[in-house]
Design a protein around this ligand. Structure first.
Ligand code: SF4
Length: 681
């Protein structure tokens, strides 16, 4: 019999960066219902399948880690919290004292609150004494930060999700929006229904192709050639916004020289997209009054990730499509708080609010606030930490909160060797994962339903996360971090997460006007520089964050690994609508597993025929780094020569195959293009 739950708590979905609000119904300290929050500023009463179904089952799943575990003689044994935290503090202190502060590192979590991320980086900097701290943006959207900052001076989304519906043209590139960010996908579909013209650039026939006026079916890793080709057309046909270029930008002439070399015919040769389609897309985008770019990891997870994003900034500035409503460049963030993890300084080069660690004035401000001396050189990125470990150098002790690099980082065999090489690994998690297998100590983590704090979604909106039930492991995540710091001799202590936010706003000018008391209802979009500031829906109005916008010329560069007779197909990877990241949560929902129970490799009918592979047949997929067995799905979604796998399943470790080659600026790996062969078993 249906009954209204004892209480309902409004909070934010723990999955993707759209930031939908949901209401958790609670009875006897158990979540008994989940419903969309009609007041949610982004979702307005909608949730996708992941947010709507199964979260109650996941939060209370019997696999939850609720007791600390210590590895003894190769086996995990249950321990008290006191015992586990004493060991963590002692071993980290010993390693720091014997080998120096940079022998330690921390990987913070894009699934955790802003306050928890702030404390992890504070633990690394003020207690460990190192800038070796990072978060999973490194393997997804770090190029958005470096690329957009190079163009505009700020590395975040320029506009708001609500403005999507009023754009005249939406250019969706490298984003399978309806699957990876379904509620934003609905906004794109609603816009299309109202007459907005859609351009899709994607190597797969994603769902939005059916809504598109033009589909630019490019080869993986050729985004720059495509965009330079479009900009060549715009300039040749005089469709650029000369006034915007003259009054608001710099670097145009140098940029133009490079773009002049990318005729649509040359771009067509590199990308595989017919020149006529490149011309049509260019005219469509440049002729719109309001054109908005939506992109995601199809742009960033390449060795040219930063250059790809810069190219989008160039296109927006060339046509004056930035600094106004319903224009701009919108990176869609993967994990729910990947924006916040970066904002909070869980980065090796920046303190909270993107204040460089190399700036002496910034450093002395934090030294005074925290009462310690701070390191002046940028630390290692997460990819560099693992790379150096694999080479037998670098860090010796690592604290990982809520991330699973042993499944989600590329070239998994190498990641496993790196984790094995650590002297001491602490993983704080809600479920056993591939990474917890390598831990020396596993600490219980609190799930989103057990947390108080804030998340920041992909449009820079800081929203309150409200605790629905007490932490199943006994402590909130921020309390655990404080205890580690205290046991290492540093007085880290707060009454509650609102005090942590107060410290954040006192130290970071872009959050100076943010406090829990102002975050009811709609939340606040940063920058929010004072307590009477309403937050920022649209950035770069009248002036870019860096003053003038900067055109940066970029040249096409092929993927690090190209196909050859031994490995003739390109593998590109991504997400399924039903699953989240490493799948440690969604694979524990019976309902979600009923809808999408197993991984399949998607290959085109033409490739399947060449290989003699039937739909549903198990195949062996090999790259130069590893192999997996998986069922084949023969589908028109895949173009000839391009195969697709998600990375949600531990029994099909897709990242055994992927390439760890890095973007030289953002140090983000190239998940979106590696060479494979598919064989009958
Ligand atoms: Fe919204 Fe993303 Fe959660 Fe789906 S997964 S409900 S789109 S926040």
């Amino acid at each position: 019999k249906w009954a209204r739950p004892e209480k309902t708590i409004s909070t934010v979905c723990p999955y993707c960066g759209v930031g939908c609000r949901m209401k958790l119904g609670v009875e006897d300290e158990r979540i008994v219902s989940i419903a969309p929050d009609r007041e949610g500023p982004v979702n307005r009463g909608q949730l996708c399948v992941k947010g709507r179904f199964g979260l109650d089952e996941i939060v209370h799943h019997p696999d939850r880690i609720t007791t600390p575990l210590i590895r003894r003689n190769g086996r995990f044994e249950e321990a008290t919290l006191e015992e586990a935290l004493d060991l963590v503090a002692r071993r980290f202190s010993e390693i720091r004292d014997e080998y120096g502060p940079d022998s330690l590192g921390a990987l913070s979590s894009s699934r955790c609150t802003n306050e928890e991320n702030y404390l992890v980086q504070k633990l690394a900097r003020a207690v460990f004494g190192t800038n070796n701290v990072d978060n999973c943006a490194r393997v997804c959207h770090a190029p958005s930060v470096t690329g957009l900052a190079a163009c505009f001076g700020s590395g975040a989304a320029t506009n708001s999700f609500d403005q999507i519906e009023d754009a005249d043209v939406l250019f969706v590139i490298g984003s399978n929006t309806t699957e990876a960010h379904p509620i934003v996908g609905l906004k794109v579909i609603k816009a299309a229904n109202k007459g907005t013209k859609i351009i899709v650039a994607d190597p797969r026939k994603i769902e939005l192709v059916d809504r598109a006026k033009v589909w630019l079916n490019l080869r993986p890793g050729t985004n720059i050639a495509l965009l330079n080709g479009m900009m060549n057309v715009i300039l040749r046909e005089g469709l650029e916004d000369g006034e915007f270029i003259a009054s608001r930008t710099e670097g145009f002439e140098e940029f133009r020289k490079v773009v002049d070399g990318y005729t649509p015919e040359r771009a067509a040769e590199i990308t595989g997209v017919p020149a006529a389609d490149i011309v049509e897309a260019a005219r469509l985008y440049a002729s719109a009054e309001k054109a908005m770019i939506i992109y995601s990891l199809g742009m960033t997870e390449h060795v040219t990730g930063t250059a790809n994003v810069i190219s989008l900034g160039n296109l927006a500035m060339l046509t004056g499509n930035v600094g106004r409503r319903s224009t701009g460049v919108m990176p869609l963030r993967g994990q729910n708080n990947v924006q916040g993890a970066c904002d909070m300084g869980a980065l090796p080069n920046n303190h909270v609010g993107y204040q460089p660690v190399t700036d002496a004035r910034v450093r002395s401000k934090f030294e005074e606030a925290w009462g310690v001396r701070l390191p002046a050189d940028p630390g290692l990125t997460s990819t560099e930490m693992l790379e150096r470990l694999a080479e037998g150098r670098g860090i010796r002790g690592l604290y990982i909160l809520g991330e699973d690099p042993a499944q989600t980082d590329p070239d998994t065999n190498r990641v496993r060797s790196s984790l094995e090489a650590l002297e001491f690994l602490v993983v704080q998690e809600i479920f056993p994962t591939e990474t917890t297998k390598y831990a020396d100590v596993i600490l219980p983590a609190a799930s989103f339903a057990e947390c108080d704090g804030t998340f920041t979604n992909g449009e820079r909106r800081i929203q309150r996360v409200n605790r629905a039930i007490p932490p199943l492991g006994g402590l909130a995540n921020w309390e655990t971090i404080c205890l580690i710091a205290q046991k290492m001799g540093y007085p880290m202590s707060y009454a509650d997460p609102s005090e942590i936010m107060d410290e954040i706003s006192s130290l970071a000018p872009i959050f100076a006007g943010v406090s829990f008391s102002r975050l009811g209802g709609l939340g606040l979009q940063w920058p929010c520089p004072s307590i009477d500031h309403p937050g920022t829906e649209t950035m770069h109005l009248g002036c870019f964050s860096r003053g003038l916008g900067k055109f940066n010329p970029v040249e096409h560069r092929p993927p690090a690994e190209e196909t050859d007779p031994d490995y003739p197909l390109i593998l590109t990877t991504g997400r399924r609508r039903e699953h989240y990241n490493c799948g440690s949560m969604t694979r524990r929902s019976k309902g979600i597993m009923w809808v999408w129970p197993e991984e399949t490799i998607e290959i085109s009918p033409a490739d399947a025929e060449d290989l003699g592979i039937e739909d549903g047949e198990t195949v062996l997929v090999r790259s130069r780094r590893g192999e997996v067995r998986v069922k084949a799905r023969v589908t028109e979604k895949s173009s000839r020569g391009v195969a697709f796998l998600s990375f949600h399943y531990a029994n099909v470790l897709t990242n055994l195959l992927t390439n760890a080659a890095l973007d030289p600026v953002a140090k983000t790996p190239e998940y979106k293009a590696c060479a494979i062969r598919v064989e009958k078993v």
